[in-house]
Structure formats: C-alpha cells, structure tokens
Design a protein around this ligand. Sequence first.
Ligand code: ADP
Length: 376
Amino acid sequence: MTGPFRKPGDPLAGDAAPRLTGAFSPAEQPLEMVLDGLVEGVLAVDLELKVLHLNLAAARFLGLQPEKALGSPISDLTDLSVLPETIRQSLEFGCETTAETEIEGPANQRNQILEFEASPLRDRSQKLVGVVISIHDITELRHLEKVRRDFVANVSHELKTPITAIRGLIETILGDDDMEEETQVRFLEKAHSQALRLSVLVTDLLTLARLESRDAILEPLPFDLREPIFTSIRASRSVEEHRAALEYDLPKEPVIVRGDPESLRLVASNLLDNALKYTPEGGRIWVRLQQSAGIARLEVQDTGLGIAPKDRERIFERFYRVDKARSRELGGTGLGLSIVKHVCLAHGGRVEVASEAGKGSTFTVVLPLADPHQFG
Ligand code: ADP
C-alpha cells in the first residue's frame, strides 16, 4: 500500500516529506511504521482541512478508519467541533494552538480527555500547506491533577479546623482578664486536645508521604508478624474507654514476612482502633492471624456499624469518611485506611473489606510470607 506521505500531488510528498534512512527497506515505508508505532495520535490536514494522513493512534482516538478518512474534510468525520476549530485557528494565525475535549465514556468509566496540539505545516519555501495535529490522551494526567488538588484542599481544611479552634480559645483567654481560673483551664484543655489532633494529623500525613515515595521500605528485613500485631493489641487493650470485648488468636509458630515491622504495627493498630471506634458498647472484636500457602492473613473482625456498599469502595481513599462528624469526634483523621492500603501495597500485599451495614465488618490483610531460603 502506498502511504499518504508518498501520494503524488500531496503537499507532504516529495521534498517536503521527512525522510528516514537506515535499516528499513523502501517497501516497508519506515515513516509510516514509526508514526503508527507512536502512542500519540498524529493527524495532518491540508488547507481545506482534508485529511492527508493519520496514524493508527489518531484513528483510534477519533474512531476513524484510516483508509476511509483520507481525503475527507475532518469536520465531516468527527462530531468533535473543537478539532476543526483548533485547526482553523492554527491556519488563521499561523501558530501553534492547543485545545482539549472530554469524550463521554461508557457507564462506570471515566470520560476520556484528549488534548489537540495543532501546528502549521509549511513546505521548504515556508508556504503554509496545512496543519499537523498531535493528539494526546491526558485522561490520567487530569485525574491525577484533580486528586492532588482535592488532597491539598482537604489537608488545608483539616489543618485549618483545629488551628482556628486553638487560636479562638487562646485569644479568648488573653482577651479576658477577669476569666475565672476554672474556665481558663477548661479552655486550655480544649486547646490542648485540638493541638493533639493537629499533631496526629501531621504524623499521619508524613507517614502517608513516606509510604507513597518509591523507597518506602528501604531495607525489607524478615521479622515475625505476630510481634507488631501483639504490640498493637496490648496498646489497644490498655485504652479503657473502649468497651467492646477483644479476642485474639495468633499462631504458636512465627509468621515470617519481609518488610518494616513499624509500618505493620501501624496497619494492625489502625484496623484495631477503627474496630474499637466503630463498634458500640457491648460489641465484639476478633483479631486472627494465620499462615498458609506462602501467605500471611490478618483478619480484624467487629460487630460494629458496618459499611454500606457505596462507602466500601471509597473508605481507602485519603480523607474519605462515612460520617465526618463522628470520625472527628472519635479522633479520626480519615487517613488510617489509606495508610493501611499503602503499607500493604509496599509489602507486595493487599487489604480487603467485607461488611454489612448494621452487622459489622471484617478487614483482611494478605501479605506474602518471606522465602525461608532467604533468611537464616
Ligand atoms: P478515620 O480516621 O475516620 O477512622 P479511616 O481511614 O481509618 O479514617 O477510615 C475511613 C472511614 O471508614 C471511617 O471514617 C469510617 O467511616 C469507615 N470505617 C473504617 N473502619 C470501620 C469499621 N471497622 N467499621 C465501620 N466503619 C469503618
């Protein structure tokens, strides 16, 4: 097949056409092969906006068949009015123009966001002969930007709440010379509890930032998983305000995994704290650890509030809380499960939840056991 770059009369053919030399035979049409190999779409149109060339990616992005599209005006081929508009602007002003458009995806899937970069196409004598458009799929990029923006907004909001409270309380004490000592102490205690909340939040944020960096676990050492779990059980049991009964079942023999014991203590204590927080008085909590077929399985089960299906999908997101006011009141930052998820991923494992609203939840952490041949 003769490629559009080789068509006689084509402004891109002959001298204007870029040439590649080297390992390709002329029959293989190296330029087309290269263009078709690109992840980016490449589309070239003439002064009448008729398609001169489009590579495979451009055809896929625009839902076109390359052979049928050649020679037709681009506005007849696509419903995306932004594309011919961008091309016209580039032709009119003789400069690069950029635009993006959102294409509605199937239900339950993200809309696709395409970016068009149109640049004037000139022949050797600098005469304008058309426009070349590169097409990028920037769906993921825009999604990540939104996640980052939401995160910054959430962090600012979460930090602002205790800071405003502390400021208000201290300003009230400073501005009232006649305040009774008892009231002063009460206000200071409130300011102190808000300062503690701030400190927990900052600690959680720093933990998350560390876990999200590539080298979260610098030196994964083999250790007995029972130890960090037992440490967090002991710490939780000493908190008297929790009135649910806690039972645990740890194996008699060591459960050796490779990684960072402190991070795994965080996993166990976050799951356990949540079970305690979201289980009303009189409820029950079980912590079980098992090992089989190369994996360690930690289960934290409670008879608490449970989590509805629509929330189950989101509770591992940073700052997602089913009931914000309740979580805050109980001292939650909304980051605990996000930390759990990241620790599990950094250890080559995963975390899952099974739950029924009003009946209780079971969080299961699955981690690969250390290879017994790799430690002595
Ligand atoms: P928080 O600091 O709010 O507890 P997490 O990230 O640990 O934040 O949990 C996110 C949300 O998931 C909680 O606000 C709560 O709504 C829900 N959740 C977590 N664990 C449980 C549980 N064991 N039972 C019921 N709901 C839970």
